[in-house]
Design a protein around this ligand. Structure first.
Ligand code: IPM
Ligand code: MN
Length: 361
């Protein structure tokens, strides 16, 4: 019997629906070739729905999403909605509700893609950031005192639990093993200033690392990590860090791998339902213009297949993406690719089919 996956699709705002459509194209052909089937269940969540109904993430939707095999997300963010509402109400809520405690962000420069780093190429830029995704400064813990007065106090607390830190570190060690590149795990922190939070991180890191004798460990402060990511990105294999630092360094990572047009990420619950997304945002000014680059969304689909352990199908997508990047696209920027959004999706589809023909020849 062929395996069937049920994938929730949240196209979301702005250019989300356009890029997600191209990822679905790739998922469909890759699944046909590898003999499994994928059913897509659309969810209307995002800025438009919020403006229409005042709802961000209804509890009934969360209950349904819990039963999915994975979630495929386009983008969340609407120019007419105050910043924070949709991010907290949808994206962060999903991460927390579904306990997606890892944010996985590959930083990989593909051949043919331009990096702003001089003298660095695909050989040097190929690492993965494992970002804690449910704690730290993101929990919403804190508050105001005497708000609006000259004596106002604003407190935003970084919450770090032993359990949360340890499960993230263990995921990173195991991921490093599975990736099997240099088997080197770098903890990125700030032990010289954040002497409580990163004391816990570093102690836990040191305590559990003997259980992974085949993985070598290293430590770098977050500011130094930024420096090395630019100067010597080849030093990194897997970086593990907290939620806030992870947010910041992964945008830097996206830039050195060629920009938002290629950067994808996974919000992972290794024991539950994971969610995959291009990290570029909703790009309102390109909405509906068939101009935005769908490669990041297609890479997110590839990551989803990896998490579902459909490795062959994932590889077919990655190979096709690499061909498009190396042969076809003039630039990764919206409107400058030399192709429309849907044409880029068609090229990926063509190369997936072509790759399958070569295999059977
Ligand atoms: C990301 C995004 C989110 C974050 C925003 C949209 C809340 O920047 O996924 O990196 O800060 O985590
Ligand atoms: Mn971010």
């Amino acid at each position: 019997m062929t395996k069937t996956y049920t994938i929730a699709v949240i196209p979301g705002d702005g250019t989300g629906p356009e890029v997600v459509a191209e990822g679905i194209k790739a998922l469909k052909v890759a699944s046909e070739i590898e003999n499994f089937s994928v059913t897509f269940v659309p969810y209307d969540l995002g800025g438009e729905r919020y403006l229409r109904t005042g709802e961000t993430l209804p509890a009934s939707a969360v209950d349904e999403l819990r039963r999915m095999d994975a979630i495929y997300l386009g983008a969340i963010g609407h120019p007419d909605v105050k910043p924070g509402i949709l991010e907290k109400g949808i994206l962060l809520s999903l991460r927390f509700e579904l306990d997606q405690y890892i944010n996985l962000r590959p930083v990989k420069l593909y051949p043919g893609v331009e990096t702003p780093l001089k003298e660095k190429g695909p050989e040097e830029i190929d690492f993965v950031v494992v970002r804690e995704n449910t704690e730290g400064l993101y929990t919403g813990s804190g508050g105001f005192l005497k708000k609006g007065t000259p004596h106002e106090v604003a407190i935003q607390e970084s919450i770090n639990t032993r359990m949360g830190v340890e499960r993230c570190l263990r995921y990173a060690f195991n991921f490093c093993r599975r990736r099997d590149k240099e088997r080197k795990l770098t903890l990125c922190g700030k032990t010289n200033v954040l002497t409580f939070a990163f004391d816990l991180w570093e102690r836990t890191f040191r305590e559990i690392s003997p259980e992974y004798p085949d993985v070598s460990t290293d430590y770098a402060h977050v500011d130094a990590t930024c420096m090395w990511m630019v100067k010597n990105p080849e030093w990194f294999d897997v970086i593990v860090t907290d939620n806030m630092f992870g947010d910041i360094i992964t945008d830097l990572g996206a830039m050195i791998q060629g920009g938002m047009g290629v950067a994808a990420g996974g919000n992972i619950n290794p024991e539950g339902v994971s969610m995959f997304e291009p990290i570029g945002g909703s790009a309102p000014k390109y909405t509906g213009k068939n101009m935005i680059n769908p490669i990041a969304a297609i890479c997110a689909a590839q990551m989803m297949l990896e998490e579902l352990e459909e490795y062959k199908a994932a590889q077919r997508i990655e190979k096709a993406v690499m061909k498009v990047l190396a042969r076809d696209l003039k630039s990764l920027s919206a409107g400058k690719m030399g192709y429309t959004t849907s044409e880029v999706g068609d090229l990926v589809k063509k190369y997936i089919l072509g790759g399958a023909k070569e295999d059977s020849a």
